[in-house]
Design a binder for this molecule. Sequence first.
Ligand code: MSP
Length: 507
Amino acid sequence: MKNFYITTAIDYANGSPHLGHAYEKILADVIARVKRLSGVQTHFVTGLDEHGQKVQQGADAEGIEPQHRCDRIADEFKEVLTKLDISHDDYIRTTEDRHKKVVSELLQNLFDAGDIYQAEYEGFYSTRAEQFLQEKDKVDGEWPEIFGEVTRITEKNYFFKLSKYQDWLIKHINQTDGFIHPEFRKSQVLEFLKEPLNDLCISRPVERLSWGIPLPFDPQYVTYVWFDALVNYVSAARYGEEDFSEYWPADVHVIGKDILAPPHAVYWPIMLQACNLALPKQILAHGWWTTSGAKMSKSTGETVSPLALVDQYGADAFRFFVMREMTVGQDAEFSLERFSSRYKGELGNDLGNLVSRLVHMCHQYFDGNAPAQELSEDLEKGLQSKWGEVSAKVLEFYDTFQFHLALEEAIGFVRAINKYADERAPWKLAKSDKEEDQKALATSLATMLEGLRLANELLAPVMPGVHAKIAECMGQEPAAAWAGRLEWGTRIEGVALGQKMILFPRD
Ligand code: MSP
């Protein structure tokens, strides 16, 4: 059976993981979890991009082998994935044999087909960006800072015939709905394609760079980073094996906007087309997190790195924050104040307090068992019908990658439960012996439990840990699939509840 195959960019093995890397993995993870909960068989792959000049230079500076350095960095990145509760099925590293084999095979095929040729190249070269530059890359007559030192060099290299496929690509992008998401990025790619494409230099001479995959048809050269890195998506999909079609084509490549055009929206589709391989269905380009400086300062003057918040507040609060705060595709500013306000407000006050006071009242008034709903008056009906609207919207927002809105709705529903509680005021009803009031007390707690159970279902993709804890408080198993769990009325009446817990402690 064909899997829903979702990938992220593979991170460069030339530094430590940061907020940008973390966000992208969380975004892809939430999409993967939504799919799994919706009953779709999913394959989620992330990994590490290990070749190239900077990796080699980093290793040289430390006086160690590049592979040794990559192994250490891979451990660091993987540790962050574990900390963030990322549910990837595979982690691909470009120094693995399974990947090198596929890169060689594709290069040889393209060489045999005449799509790769050798030519002399003279041009400006940026060591930092590992790319040849053109006059048009200058800003106000100067090379921008991002390119570092730029020198003029001449060398023989191998080139891939990008230009041959330009018209085909423009047509494909125009004709394929949703190929590039969000829509506004599609126009940027088409704008880029208005200029004639230069063929892509795909090699580096071994004497200049040895840390790479040798070209199968000329061992004096190694493969240039993009031709190596992009291929990871098909290597991880088991290219060349019988079950390749269970994974490929990818359903979504999740990447940042900086590597959309040209790498993912131009090089990659053309490489696949030239290799007679199907194209991914969608490229999802997210925006950038900006921070005022790499670190953020607390009011005390101390500085804090965004990833340190994971240790302090837990993966779920962090995952919630980044998904709640960023509109997919747009940039967002990361600030400690914003984090703190979401943590205390939506998580602590709205959700956390509901869980603790509700479980507490069930223990206090019903010996820890979920009471039955005995009445169905306007207040109960109102909350139930709100659930109908909210759940439809949240699922729609999840499907269209509007996670900030999905969470706004889900938390909005939690607030509606709190409002219902204030109106029914079970703590007052508990003081009365009247039969009517006792019925209303049982009803109010049963209704709140059902509401919370449902809200918790929708939080599962974003806060899997908190979801499991809330399920435990309510004597439920965490959700493996949503089927049959999202309808109001699958009550948990009579179930023995767990102990109350503080989900979002104040520091
Ligand atoms: N190795 C290449 C990708 C090859 S994919 C076949 C690369 N690596 S990277 O480590 O520089 O970036 C990895 C991902 O992190 C990219 O998608 C990039 O956009 C993303 N981010 C890096 N910094 C970011 C932010 N500040 N904010 C959000 N994401 C950003 O590019």
